[in-house]
Design a protein around this ligand. Structure first.
Ligand code: NAG
Ligand code: NAG
Ligand code: NAG
Ligand code: NAG
Ligand code: NAG
Ligand code: NAG
Length: 751
């Protein structure tokens, strides 16, 4: 059986007719006083009307005074909502029916969502409801495609299941598949096909429950099921009225041309329909209807369609909005906790007296408690993170300090204690170790330039890249050594930070780079003048001599090379990098240590025996002197005979042919001094440590060169034994040569 189609279309058609006839009254659609405002207990606000001339086109409702019913066509109006732009209707006549009652299979159409009039079936507030036993109803699209649908089942007795075959009323009332099913109406089509099917070929239970397909307000069936299921199946009347929600919109279509206001509403609509100055217009044109509605602005309620219709909402009178001191304002309200209390006044018992009175215990309501709990949790997790970082710092500090104190056990431990700098200060000084602050770096670590906030000292901060024990030891060692040293030609250590795994060392900032960089410039460029080289050599010798003698326990630097001589702004030499340095207790003549040093500067005797003495530094210094004289890099230089710088230099010196290897600039500027320095260098690199001069002697010799010749004073007592220096005979040179070759050929160097 075909189902009577387009039930609502009939209503809409009816309403369209009304609106056509109402065109005349449009301009004068102001609600005159005295228009009836209610019918059958339902209030009828403008733009609705039940009389003449009081309504907006299309909103003429019928008041059936005899039966006390307000009607839209045949639908009984239960409630009109201006705020939601909805009308709730009771459909007892079956205007919105797609109803089957005891009928066999049938297909139908339903055009309930089409239309241009003010009323449409709300798709969000209604559902597609099917009741019956073992039935299926499907909503179909234009081409018969399935859009939605559901099936309702009832159990049929078989030999396994005896007893009541009817599904229980409670199960049916839930409308979740037993005797009833419901599904949302998919939005947006002008019309739908409806297909109804019996699923049980035996039709055993077909008539146990009323078979019906309805469009009904959500939740309607749950409320009405008792009465609905009570209906006798044979008698279809009286029908149980179905609750349906219709949406409406003010239609401005007849006005032309529509000039759009910023809200998307026609300007005239905003002016003519939304008459309250505190209202706004909303375009509700969708893909199934057009029009617009008026709404009171936030904080106002009432009728936006009449002038002065929107009234301020007294929020303070509403329960639950504010538990504190409430002040109503136009369109809003303020809510504060009373004096002397704090918290959230917008929740119940949210205000807590801040004084620690007796009310505190009672005052902490569940809401505030929860809030505190959440805040507490955040606080605690932060605290834990912070604590963890702090503990790590403390652990490193303890560890490093322990090492440091161990190193300094017999020495002035308190000096080192005073040098400890907190990590935060270094972070501040380097802008959190900003990349832009990096001034150097090598395999070992990175050097940052920093400015200490307290005294604006410019410092260099050495930070290790890797946290291996050897690095840690070296850094600690450097602190231990440098903390005891205060010499003009030794780089000054301001302090150290022990809170990182590898301690950070903070030195005075030496702005002019290393001797190496000044010396080994590109060839055509002149390098350091001879006088500067001589002075730097003297200053370096002075620093090393000081390390060897002036400090309570002699210190061997172990890594004297041009890269470790820093130059300040006036090119004053500063010996640096004491990571490998060792203290040698006075009573010991030599200490067996792991070999450390730099290829090219390394004392071969030390290399072979592992016995470390001050004379190893003397050897390295001798190489440094050769470097100053020749401007050749000791670590990479090879003569044409594949000789190292040291053996080539000594060979040439013994042969009286030194000029071959000398830096031409030195020959030009140096004069007679050059030979003396060359001899000194050769003496420094002699094979036997005992035959080498002490650093003190080297220093004195170099200093004497600054003094005008023929005026040597005061240093004879300590002056180097020239017979030793000049004893660089042929035999020793060749012996040195072979030994050195041998050691150069040994492949492994630790550093
Ligand atoms: C609704 O159903 C009733 C009875 O089944 C029928 O008389 C009426 O015409 C139907 N309404 C529409 C709008 O089709
Ligand atoms: C409004 O509806 C009533 C009854 O349905 C009718 O008598 C009246 O003429 C209508 N008014 C207008 C202006 O259409
Ligand atoms: C208006 O809509 C809201 C939200 O959909 C709903 O809770 C309320 O009951 C509706 N009011 C009326 C009168 O329909
Ligand atoms: C309903 O429609 C389906 C599918 O189009 C068709 O198979 C069935 O025969 C129709 N039933 C009736 C009673 O027209
Ligand atoms: C069921 O119908 C009977 C009469 O047909 C009536 O007396 C009874 O009140 C109805 N029950 C409910 C719940 O509507
Ligand atoms: C309402 O908005 C739609 C788009 O959302 C637009 O196409 C339509 O023209 C607007 N109608 C009016 C009357 O402003």
């Amino acid at each position: 059986m075909m189902i009577p189609a387009t039930p609502l279309a009939a209503v809409l058609l009816l309403l369209l007719c009304f609106s056509a006839s109402a065109q005349v009254t449009r301009g004068a659609s102001r609600p005159p006083p005295g228009c009836p405002t209610s019918c059958g207990g339902v209030s009828v606000p403008y733009p609705f009307d039940i009389g003449d001339g009081c309504h907006w086109p299309g909103f003429n409702l019928t008041c059936d005074r005899t039966r006390g019913r307000l009607l839209i066509g045949t639908l009984e109006v239960v409630e009109i909502s201006l705020a939601n732009s909805t009308v709730r209707v009771k459909d007892s006549a079956g205007a919105v029916n797609i109803t089957y009652h005891g009928t066999p299979d049938g297909n139908g159409t339903w055009g309930g969502l089409t239309g241009a009039g003010p009323f449409v079936v709300s798709e969000t507030r209604n559902q597609f409801v099917v009741t019956g036993c073992n039935v299926q109803a499907t909503l179909l699209g234009d081409t018969g495609n399935v859009i939605a649908g559901c099936s309702a089942f009832c159990a049929i007795n078989d030999r396994w299941e005896q007893g009541a075959g009817t599904s229980s009323p409670a199960a049916v009332a839930a409308c979740s598949g037993i005797g009833c099913c419901e599904t949302p109406i998919p939005i947006g089509r002008p019309s739908y096909g409806v297909e109804f099917k019996w699923l049980d070929p035996n039709h055993e239970k077909d008539h146990e429950l009323p078979n019906a397909v309805r469009v009904a307000e959500r939740g309607w069936f749950q409320g009405a099921s008792a009465a609905l299921l009570n209906n006798s199946l044979a008698d279809s009347s009286p029908r149980t009225p179905v609750s349906v929600v219709l949406e409406w919109a003010v239609d401005s279509a007849p006005l032309a041309p529509p000039a759009l206001a910023t809200t998307g509403c026609p300007q005239d609509a905003a002016r003519s329909a939304c008459r309250s100055s505190l209202s706004s217009c909303r375009n509700v044109t969708g893909n199934y209807r057009s029009g617009y509605v008026c709404q009171c602005q936030d904080g106002y309620q009432g009728n936006p369609y009449v002038a002065g219709g929107c009234q301020d909402i007294d929020e303070c009178a509403l329960p639950g909005l504010c538990s504190g001191e409430c002040t109503n304002t136009p369109g809003g309200y303020t809510c504060r906790c009373p004096r002397g209390a704090r918290g959230n006044p917008r929740i119940k018992d949210g205000c807590i007296k801040s004084s620690l009175g007796l009310s505190v215990g009672i005052g902490i309501g569940s809401g505030a408690g929860l809030l505190l709990l959440v805040l507490g949790a955040i606080f605690v997790t932060r605290k834990i993170k912070h604590q963890r970082a702090k503990m790590l710092k403390q652990k490193f500090f303890k560890q490093n300090r322990g090492h440091l104190l161990e190193q300094l056990v017999s020495q002035k431990a308190d000096i080192a204690e005073r040098m400890i700098i907190p990590l935060v200060e270094l972070e501040k000084a380097t802008n959190n170790f900003d990349k832009a602050r990096e001034i150097g770096g090598g395999g070992h670590g990175t050097v940052y330039k920093g400015i200490m906030s307290d005294d604006l000292h410019v410092v260099a901060i050495k930070k290790s890249k890797v946290a291996v024990q050897r690095e840690i030891d070296e850094f600690i060692n450097e602190v231990a050594i440098l903390s005891q040293i205060n010499h003009r030609n030794v780089v000054k250590l301001f302090g150290c930070c022990l809170e990182t795994e590898v301690p950070l060392l903070v030195y005075e900032f030496i702005p002019n780079g290393t001797l190496y960089h000044h010396l080994h410039v590109e060839e055509p460029q002149p390098s350091l003048p001879w006088m500067d080289r001589l002075r730097i050599a003297t200053e370096t010798a002075r620093a090393i001599a000081y390390l060897h003698s002036a400090v309570s326990v002699p210190i061997v630097h172990r890594d004297i090379k041009s890269q470790n001589i820093l130059l300040d702004s006036t090119l004053v030499a500063k010996v640096s990098d004491f990571g490998a340095s060792r203290c040698i207790p006075v009573d010991q003549t030599g200490e067996a240590t792991a070999i450390q040093g730099t290829f090219g500067y390394l004392d071969p005797v030390y290399y072979y025996t592992g016995r470390l003495t001050e004379k190893s530094d003397v050897y390295s210094f001798g190489v440094l002197l050769m470097e100053l004289l020749t401007r050749k890099k000791p670590c990479s230089y090879r003569s044409s005979d594949e000789e190292s710088l040291v053996s080539y230099f000594t060979t040439l010196l013994a042969a009286g042919d030194l000029a071959r290897v000398l830096d031409p600039q030195v020959v030009e500027e140096g004069g007679k001094d050059v030979e003396e320095v060359a001899m000194l260098a050769a003496a420094c690199v002699r094979m036997e440590g005992d035959h080498r001069p002490t650093m003190r002697q080297v220093e004195m010799t170099l200093e004497s060169l600054h003094v005008p010749h023929g005026n040597i004073v005061a240093c004879h007592m300590d002056a180097p034994n020239y017979s030793v220096i000049k004893g660089a005979n042929r035999e020793e040179v060749s012996r040195q040569y072979s030994l050195e070759e041998e050691y150069l050929l040994s492949s492994r160097y630790p550093r």
